[in-house]
Ligand binder design. Structure first.
Ligand code: FAD
Length: 468
């Protein structure tokens, strides 16, 4: 029987990063993945394919609506080849997942294909696709089995017309009217993809704003921009039934006044979050504790109640984000190797890859109020930047919140072109506990979108933004 220092179950961004870091630290490592391609949700049906479709649909929208502003004209029609768009997305996924195979080989990590299940706390049985099994010994195991799309109890997902994000990434046609349940990150990104490609899109959200985990200023601005793009919103609506009749899907919801509202479409995308996935692991056999949200319980070393079994990523508490899973992957490998790593969960950025992009780190204004922390706020609109006018991307703003006494930056919230990349500056500054004045005094190349960060920092420092 093969024996390993560490066996990782699941090859998503948590699992494969954990495996690489273990190997780098000299630990004999194996990884088990039930699907034929590695990379988990993120590479196969999450981050990467959704960004490929967001980019393709953004090019299409630009060509249709904005090229003429730049003096670029077409004689004929601009046609959409949706099949090619999906094929390109598949190719991007294929290249990216193959990259993980390469990294496993390069780091001498033994990769097994099949479902991993605990036999006891030091033995794992892998059931392969042909039902044959392999047993391996594991001094330590890292559970990185991720998550699956969530639904509502009364919804029957037929995966044809009533679908999750997984199916929405591989549709065969552009919906005429896509009714989306849930105005969170996945719903907003995919809603924008199909709106750009010509579908009518209605987002039904239970809360009174979209992107409810973000700072209110960003939710408001994003909704304003998406409304301009003709996406429809039904906020404070509680969905109570979803039914399909042939090609028609009917969604019924109660509004704030408890009146029933009916939405009809040809597709309904259920994007109400994700739930941890532990099926098939046989955790009962070893007594690993799972809480009532389905998450594996871990301590601050990401160790379960069984001392040689750890868990990371979407399957435990915290933000369901690829980069959070990656940080935990490295962290847990270093813990197993006897090091003392650290993760600052307050500094895990949150991003929505709509256009304009939305990105946020640290505390929101609402959180600071709830926690009775006195703060200063500085804001700068993207439209006041030379760079924004040059590209035509004038929507959005940067908002910086800093401690009233010390000026330490407590939160940075950005909506605008390339916000997903801009937020890295804020994470760096906050990691080094910079003040708003520190950020304001750093030279920012001109003309860039990043100048809005400097200007918002100036506004937070002394209300002395230059260009407004
Ligand atoms: P996963 O990526 O879910 O991987 C778990 C793996 O474990 C899977 O491959 C699964 O097959 C395998 N597995 C499960 N059980 C077993 C078993 N018993 N034996 C063997 N293998 C098993 N996050 C971002 O940060 N940025 C984004 O832009 C982003 N976009 C997203 C878009 C969409 C449409 C979706 C759905 C998600 C998106 N996410 C994004 C979230 C991100 O994909 C997840 O947070 C991330 O994949 C979690 O990583 P993980 O390693 O914990 O689990």
């Amino acid at each position: 029987m093969d024996s390993f220092d560490v066996v990782v179950i699941g090859s998503g961004p948590g699992g494969y990063v954990a495996a690489i870091r273990c190997a780098q630290l000299g630990l004999k490592t194996a990884i088990i993945e039930k699907y034929t391609t590695k990379g988990g949700t993120c590479l196969n049906v999450g981050c990467i394919p959704s960004k490929a479709l967001l980019d393709s649909s953004h090019h299409y929208e630009e060509a249709q609506k904005h090229f003429k502003d730049h003096g670029i004209e077409f004689d004929g029609e601009i046609n959409l080849n949706f099949k090619q768009m999906i094929e390109r997305k598949n190719k991007v996924v294929d290249q990216t997942t193959k990259g993980i195979d390469f990294l496993m080989d390069k780091n001498d990590i033994k990769a097994y294909e099949g479902v991993g299940a605990f036999k006891d706390k030091t033995h794992i049985i892998i059931t392969h696709n042909d039902d044959k099994t392999t047993e391996i010994e594991a001094k330590n195991t890292i559970i990185a089995t991720g998550s699956k799309p969530n639904s509502l109890p009364f919804i029957e997902l037929d995966k044809e017309r009533i679908i999750t994000s997984t199916e929405a990434l591989s549709l065969k046609e552009i919906p005429k009217h896509m009714v989306m349940i849930g105005g969170g990150v996945i719903g907003l990104e995919l809603g924008q993809v199909y709106k750009r490609l010509g579908a009518d899109v209605t987002v039904i959200e239970y809360m009174d704003r979209i992107a409810p985990s973000m700072d209110k200023a960003l939710s408001k601005e994003l909704m304003k921009v998406m409304k301009k793009q003709k996406v429809k919103f039904a906020l404070s609506h509680k969905v109570k039934s979803v039914e399909r009749d042939g090609d028609k899907v009917t969604v019924k919801a109660d509004n704030k006044k408890d009146e029933e509202v009916t939405f009809e479409g040809d597709y309904c995308l259920v994007s109400v979050g994700r739930k941890p996935f532990t099926k098939g692991l046989n955790t009962e056999e070893v007594g690993v504790k799972i809480n009532d949200k389905g998450q594996i319980e871990v301590n601050d070393k990401l160790q379960t109640n069984v001392d040689n079994i750890y868990a990371i990523g979407d399957v435990i508490k915290g933000a369901m984000l690829a980069h959070k899973a990656e940080e935990e992957g490295s962290f847990v490998a270093e813990v197993i190797a006897g090091q003392k790593p650290h993760i600052d969960y307050n500094l895990i950025p949150n991003v929505i890859y709509t256009w304009p992009e939305v990105a946020s780190v640290g505390k929101t204004e609402e959180q600071l109020k709830d926690e009775n922390i006195e703060y200063k706020s500085g804001q700068f609109p993207m439209r006041a930047l030379g760079r924004s006018r040059a590209s035509g991307d004038i929507d959005g703003l940067v908002k910086i919140l800093s401690d009233k006494e010390t000026d330490e930056v407590l939160g940075v919230h950005i909506i605008g072109a390339r916000a997903a990349d801009l937020i890295a500056e804020a994470v760096t500054a906050m990691e080094f506990r910079a003040s708003a004045e520190d950020m304001a005094r750093m030279s920012h190349a001109h003309p860039t979108y990043a100048e809005a960060v400097k200007e918002a920092a100036l506004a937070a420092t002394e209300d002395r933004a230059i260009h407004i």
